[in-house]
Design a protein around this ligand. Structure first.
Ligand SMILES: CC(C)(COP(=O)(O)OP(=O)(O)OC[C@H]1O[C@@H](n2cnc3c(N)ncnc32)[C@H](O)[C@@H]1OP(=O)(O)O)[C@@H](O)C(=O)NCCC(=O)NCCS
Length: 148
């Protein structure tokens, strides 16, 4: 199955992206009703920075990852990432990370920060050059990679 990737500026989204994200959250989170899916969609479209979307063959969203603007200290942060369970383990998260890294570099970030919830994510990120800088008792690992 092939996927297309799109980069959007959060807060300046065109067309029916909000509806596509509501559908994504409704279908990928079994405990979400329509209202909760709308709250999740709103939450990730708010704020600064970009959102990278993975689109499935039917044009629907199957995954996303967010990236903040570069801070005064030169850091861009990869925030949330989520892939629809029906499309998991096909390299979508990997591509969402790589595209956000490229975007951060294009925007002049000196380093990229990310919080990883799973050990397999840590291993994958380390292969891309990220280093663990902290370990939190309940929320996983903090990793950073220098862009220069
Ligand atoms: C975690 C998540 C983003 C992974 O997405 P994905 O598209 O399935 O991941 P990929 O296919 O790109 O896999 C990336 C690497 O992780 C590994 N991986 C993915 N899911 C895995 C799992 N459940 N268990 C072990 N390894 C896993 C892959 O094998 C791959 O490693 P490789 O490069 O050595 O082959 C997805 O399962 C998800 O959305 N989970 C719920 C939300 C979440 O946990 N988000 C992350 C924190 S923000």
């Amino acid at each position: 199955m092939s996927y297309e990737y799109e980069i959007h500026t959060r807060g300046d989204v065109q067309g029916n992206l909000f509806e596509k994200l509501v559908r994504f959250f409704f279908e990928s989170e079994p405990h979400h009703d329509q209202d909760e899916a709308a709250v999740s969609a709103e939450a990730i479209l708010e704020g600064d920075g970009n959102i990278v979307l993975a689109m499935g063959p039917d044009g629907g969203v199957v995954g996303y990852g967010t990236l903040t603007n570069v801070s005064d200290r030169g850091t861009a942060r990869m925030e949330a990432a989520h892939v629809h369970p029906d499309h998991a383990q096909r390299g979508i998260y990997s591509n969402l990370v790589k595209l956000r890294l490229e975007e951060a570099q294009r925007e002049g970030a000196e380093q990229v920060a990310v919080n990883a919830a799973h050990e397999f994510q840590v291993r994958f990120l380390q292969r891309l050059g990220f280093e663990i800088v902290d370990k939190y008792p309940f929320s996983g690992w903090e990793l950073k990679k220098c862009c220069r």
